[in-house]
Design a protein around this ligand. Structure first.
Ligand code: EPU
Length: 341
């Protein structure tokens, strides 16, 4: 196991902000994990589990503890029938490599989640989702190390509370309790059928697409994303910085009365696009404290030349307050922040 000392969190996260972490352990096996876990216990330091850092922010004070970086590799098919199959991806695999693995073999269920930055192990933590798919729908189980019982266990999907960007792993008393060793996904051999998620459907109509194979859906989603979302290799950001807003029926009716577009579900609850709210506040494309509100997708904050977490926090407050004053909704941040609280 490789142990690094005093590593700037800025170097571990796609937003490229954050002070030093005292120790970083690179984990490529379960044995490595146990070694790192003992290392932190011996030193009496708090731990933080991390994947690609695509949805994580570091504060200026850094982290006086041990970051365990999940780099455990491997993807395999673990069960198969005529219609469906299960694949197991180890936590340190790049999520998009898992999607590619499935699409290349014609397996459906995650193709619309192409090109989401981060690791497979991080994917269920915030229940990643895009273009009408989310991981909650196809997750079978998660192999974890439970830091309370100090053993490796498998948690079936049914025991995990999973909702829009909300799960047992990132909310409530069990947030941070589990190190995700592997995820098992249930995929289908049948292709998706229209209608698709709005922007994907528009693309399909515009380009006269008729091939709904996983590989072709992957190509289309990749192209849509490339136009809208910054490539984390080149541009510092955490993807969507704010969550969309989900409302019950009464809330959705109220929003419509105010003239805000609402996407209704079958049960009449609704969703407001936070990107729309930010855009209507004339913030799209603006730069505040070194942070740019993307001119392509207003939910995305780009770290152009912010020098600290303090800059980011100031920009965040300004955006939240402006939207709050104009529309009365409080935007919620999507990325989590490394802390030992
Ligand atoms: N919109 C605007 N202005 C904007 C952006 C969006 O008015 O600047 C409105 C438009 O009405 C548009 C609608 O919002 O039709 C939806 O926009 P889009 O499809 O781009 O998606 P999003 O709601 O902005 C969410 C996810 C993305 C995911 C896309 C596509 C969240 C927080 N974000 O964004 O996920 O890729 O849908 O499914 O739910 C991420 O979480 O990091 C992420 C990139």
């Amino acid at each position: 196991m490789r142990v690094l000392e005093n590593v700037p969190i800025a170097k571990l996260t796609t937003m490229r902000i954050g002070g030093p972490a005292r120790y970083v352990c690179e984990i490529i096996s379960k044995e490595d994990f146990l070694e790192a876990w003992e290392f932190a216990k011996t030193k009496n330091l708090p731990t933080w589990f991390m994947g690609g850092g695509a949805n994580t922010l570091g504060r200026d004070t850094g982290f006086d503890g041990v970051i365990l970086l999940n780099k455990i590799p491997g993807i395999e098919i673990v069960a198969e029938t005529d219609n469906s199959l299960q694949i197991k991806a180890m936590g340190g695999e790049e999520w998009d490599d898992v999607v590619e693995f499935a699409c290349k073999r014609g397996f459906s269920g995650i193709e619309a989640m192409s090109k989401i930055p981060g690791t497979a192990g991080a994917a269920p933590v915030q229940n990643i989702g895009a273009y009408g798919q989310d991981i909650a729908r196809i997750l079978t189980s998660v192999d974890v190390f439970d830091t309370q019982s100090e053993e490796f266990i498998t948690i079936p999907r049914a025991e995990l509370k999973m909702d829009y960007r909300y799960t047992t792993f990132n909310h409530g008393p069990d947030a941070g309790r589990y190190f995700i060793v592997a995820i098992t996904l249930h995929l289908s051999k049948h292709y998706l059928e229209p209608p698709f998620y709005n922007s994907l459907q528009n693309y399909i109509i515009e380009h006269g697409e008729t091939d709904y194979s996983p590989l072709n859906i992957r190509r289309m989603v990749s192209e849509i994303r490339a136009h809208k979302l910054p490539d984390p290799e080149e541009i510092a950001s955490s993807g969507s910085f704010f969550k969309n807003i989900y409302l019950d029926q009464v809330g959705a009716d109220e929003a419509e009365e105010k003239g805000i577009p609402v996407w209704r579900s079958n049960d009449d609850s609704g969703k407001i696009n936070s990107g729309w709210l930010i855009e209507k506040c004339d913030l799209k494309g603006k730069k505040i404290h070194g942070m740019r509100i993307s001119d392509r997708a207003a939910l995305v904050l780009i770290n152009e030349d912010a020098t600290s977490y303090t800059d980011l926090a100031s920009a965040r407050s300004e955006i939240i307050n402006t939207v709050q004053q104009k529309f009365g909704y409080t935007l919620e941040q999507e990325p989590v922040e490394i802390s030992d609280e």
